[in-house]
Design a protein around this ligand. Structure first.
Ligand SMILES: [Fe+2]
Length: 368
């Protein structure tokens, strides 16, 4: 077997990891652009932790706290102009996937001020500011990937990323996820689950990515039903620790394999129907795995090391009741989502044959 594995992000994991490893800020830069959403960075304590470190090392900063869920090009353009005007020389993203993905885009755009957001998609850049990512959810994996997914002005979610957009440093402190409610815990954890499953089935999987994916799925299988079973479990640090690990491992997987068909199938549900990314993707795991199970079952050996059989996997997914987040889709939207998936690069990496009718029926199955 031949394979490569490249992931240059320095990861610091564990309680108080920012203050425990703050010496890594010694020579990182003089002025940070902190990129966040409206509230979670402050509510979780992550913002205060980072401000203490910046003060300690006399590093200046400015704050852009207007990154909404699924950030669009207009927000990124505004943040870019703000960063350039303030002469920042590195970026700190704090939050879930949206601020962390925005941070990657801004690292490239501020280092290449002639670029507009559309230029990111040529992936033809070799300059970016250093990126520090601090995750406050456990699902996206963005803290250890090169990928950034933004929403363009036609409401399409589109990803980019190359070796320059890997975070320079990533801090994963499970205590920041303690305040996540039931919905956010579930909808982000199933994104991590999807990353690991899609990494396993991808035509680009390797023995090394399978190791991460298997461990991640074991943690999710053993932790998610328990953490969702009571209010007190939602605040259990050891369970939070396991979901944070699972999410990071899953991020390691897709940093090598990318995602496959379920991710692209979910994009339209998020852009057009507001269904959270993790759910929109997880909804399609069952129909896609069922198809692979019938055509290419050996590709599922590692999945069944964790879930034992298609029936067990089916039961695990059904018990999550993800259809509670669904809504009925318009037939013309299903047609356009299906065509989009058929033209995607994701489908080429998914080890089964998928026709227009197959994919159309997936949408009808998951959103009734
Ligand atoms: Fe995802």
């Amino acid at each position: 077997m031949n394979f490569s594995f490249f992931n240059p992000t320095k990861v610091f994991f564990g309680i108080d990891c920012i203050s425990n490893y703050d010496n890594h800020f010694l020579d990182i830069g003089k002025k940070a652009l902190i990129v966040t959403g409206k509230s979670s960075a402050k509510k979780t304590g992550a913002y205060n932790d980072i401000i203490s470190v910046l003060k300690k090392y006399n590093i200046d900063h400015v704050l852009f706290d207007d990154v909404s869920e699924n950030p669009n090009f207009e927000i990124i353009e505004r943040a870019k102009n703000f960063g350039i005007k303030n002469n920042v020389d590195f970026i700190i993203g704090i939050g879930g996937g949206s601020p962390m993905d925005a941070a990657k885009a801004l690292a490239v755009l501020i280092a290449n001020p002639d670029f507009d957001v559309e230029d990111l998609y040529n992936n033809n850049f070799d300059k970016a500011l250093k990126i520090v990512e601090i995750t406050t959810t456990s699902g996206t994996g963005s803290e250890v990937t090169q990928y950034s997914v933004l929403t363009d002005m036609n409401n399409n979610k589109r990803g980019f990323g190359n070796f320059k957009t890997f975070p320079y440093i990533s801090f994963v402190d499970p205590k920041y996820t303690l305040e996540l409610n039931f919905d956010l815990t579930l909808t982000t954890a199933v994104d991590a689950m999807s990353h690991s499953i899609e990494g396993l089935i991808s035509n680009t999987s390797t023995d090394l990515t399978d190791l991460f994916a298997k461990k991640s799925l074991e943690l999710i299988k053993n932790t998610l039903p328990i953490i969702l079973s009571s209010e007190s479990n939602l605040n259990d640090l050891s369970l939070r620790n396991d979901l944070s690990l699972a999410s990071m491992y899953a991020g390691m997987v897709i940093s090598q394999t990318g995602t496959v068909l379920p991710h692209v199938l979910g994009y339209g549900l998020t852009s057009n129907y507001g269904i959270r990314h993790g759910v929109a993707t997880a909804l399609f795991q069952l129909p896609v795995i069922r198809k692979i199970n019938s055509e290419n079952p050996q590709k599922l050996d590692t999945l069944y090391d964790v879930f034992y059989s298609f029936e067990d996997f089916n039961n695990f997914i059904n018990d999550l009741n993800l259809d509670r987040y669904c809504t009925k889709l318009k037939s013309e939207d299903i047609d356009s989502f299906t065509k989009n998936a058929l033209n995607s690069k994701h489908i080429k990496k998914t080890p089964a044959t998928f026709t227009y009718d197959d994919i159309f029926s997936f949408y009808s199955e998951v959103c009734k």
